[in-house]
Design a protein. Structure first.
Length: 255
């Protein structure tokens, strides 16, 4: 069983984090504890960032990330001690841990220990690795839903959808925005699920084929997901000659 994670950061940040259960004052050192485990599901090959909540590390702060029972990953804010973890980066300003091109052996429980002069916080994370989404094939006129691993958008969540390197949609708890994309190819064809942030593309055309990426950001973590969509002409005919009145619906999931 894991010992409590200890992390220090300014009291104002601690009080604003609704996931934190208790805040107590012990000899002028604030101890913040949470029983919650932040669960994150990502595709193998995607990247994920685990946020500490710190805004800036001070020179005398101590930060240690641990994985399961394998000990310290970053004992001295330096390179990971295990060569299997060379795809990880530690933000030297915030202490956030980023895992790029995540592999299956990197799923499991993470904990962070941060010690400062004024604050102690206990924080845990659990990462699950799921199968990568294969290329999705559909015919022109069909509708596709790119579904992400969000049950309900929280007030601090921001979801950003991109087609290639162009932003086509973004959604938060309070607002959503669509963009037409290159040559207006997405005009009047994009919808977002208001609860989950999943992207829906209606009346697809071959010009919608390509790589779609989604970035899901919150105060606790950041997830990057990818989908590859291939739209073919209906029965080998150009879409100008044929339309569909009742398009089939395709759905592909991030989890």
């Amino acid at each position: 069983m894991f010992t409590l994670i200890q992390i220090h950061f300014i009291l104002q940040t601690a009080l604003q984090d609704e996931s934190l259960k208790t805040v107590s004052d012990c000899s002028h050192v604030f101890v913040v504890e949470t029983d919650d485990v932040e669960s994150v599901s990502v595709l193998e090959g995607d990247s994920v960032t685990l946020h500490t909540g710190l805004t800036k590390i001070q020179t005398d702060d101590q930060i240690v990330w641990k994985f399961g029972d394998q000990g310290k990953l970053f004992p001295h804010l330096n390179d990971p001690v295990n060569k299997k973890w060379t795809n990880t980066d530690l933000n030297l300003q915030t202490g956030d841990l980023t895992i790029r091109n995540i592999r299956r052996y990197q799923h499991g429980d993470y904990r962070v220990e941060i010690n400062t002069r004024t604050m102690i916080l206990h924080r845990k994370y659990r990462i699950s690795i799921i199968d990568a989404v294969k290329s999705v094939f559909l015919e022109e006129g069909e509708t596709i839903t790119l579904q992400i691993n969000v049950i309900d958008i929280q007030k601090d969540d921001l979801i950003l959808w991109m087609f290639g390197d162009i932003v086509i949609a973004e959604i938060s708890k309070s607002a959503q925005q669509f963009y037409n994309g290159p040559d207006g190819r997405f005009r009047d064809r994009l919808n977002l699920d208001h609860q989950t942030g999943s992207l829906i593309i209606t009346d697809t055309r071959t010009g919608h084929s390509g790589l779609y990426e989604v970035k899901i950001s919150s105060s606790r973590h950041t997830i990057n997901g990818r989908f590859f969509v291939i739209v073919t002409e209906e029965n080998g005919q150009n879409h100008k000659n044929q339309d569909t009145d009742d398009p089939a619906k395709e759905e592909t999931k991030l989890n």
